[in-house]
Design a protein around this ligand. Structure first.
Ligand code: FEO
Length: 170
């Protein structure tokens, strides 16, 4: 049985994953109406799906442990961006926040000696290492590219290959 505090913290994490999923969906939709960003569009549709999967995993876990997973209300995410760089900065910001939140949850599970939750969260710990790494790498690449159109073309063409190579798409 989950303690009240762990249940609340896991429900807050459900909201966070849902928020990320919506944010990435908005990025995908924005990218889709820009010329020549097919790769970025696909990337964020997939990221959005992944975040939904992260959310579902938490929901199922909370309910399985005798708690009640609450589906959250969500604010509208950022829906327009002034540049591709802004999109990816925002992506990294989300991932860093998620990692911090997961770390706090892990600490809390240990404090409360809830080893089942601690064990459950290890998957998220590994996932966040990969996601943050991916977000940082893509930001670094975009910084190199700057406003160069042919660079953006190549970035867009390679993003999915890159994602799969770095361990995304699980
Ligand atoms: Fe589920 Fe990318 O945080």
């Amino acid at each position: 049985m989950l303690s009240k505090s762990i249940q609340e913290a896991l429900n807050a994490q459900v909201a966070m994953e849902a928020t990320s999923s919506q944010a990435y969906l908005a990025m995908a939709s924005w990218a889709e109406i820009q010329p020549g960003l097919d790769g970025v569009t696909e990337f964020f549709y997939q990221q959005s799906n992944e975040e939904r999967m992260h959310m579902l995993k938490l929901i199922r876990y909370v309910n399985e442990r005798g708690g009640f997973a609450m589906v959250p209300a969500l604010p509208q995410p950022i829906i327009t961006f002034t540049s591709l760089q802004k999109v990816f900065e925002e992506f990294l910001k989300h991932e860093v926040q998620v990692s911090e939140s997961i770390n706090q949850l892990v600490g809390m599970a240990l404090d409360e000696r809830d080893f089942a939750t601690h064990n459950f969260l290890q998957w998220y710990v590994s996932e966040q290492i990969e996601e943050e790494r991916l977000a940082r790498t893509l930001n670094d690449k975009l910084e190199l590219v700057g406003d160069d159109k042919s660079g953006i073309y190549l970035f867009d063409r390679d993003i999915m290959i890159h994602r799969n190579a770095i361990g995304g798409g699980k």
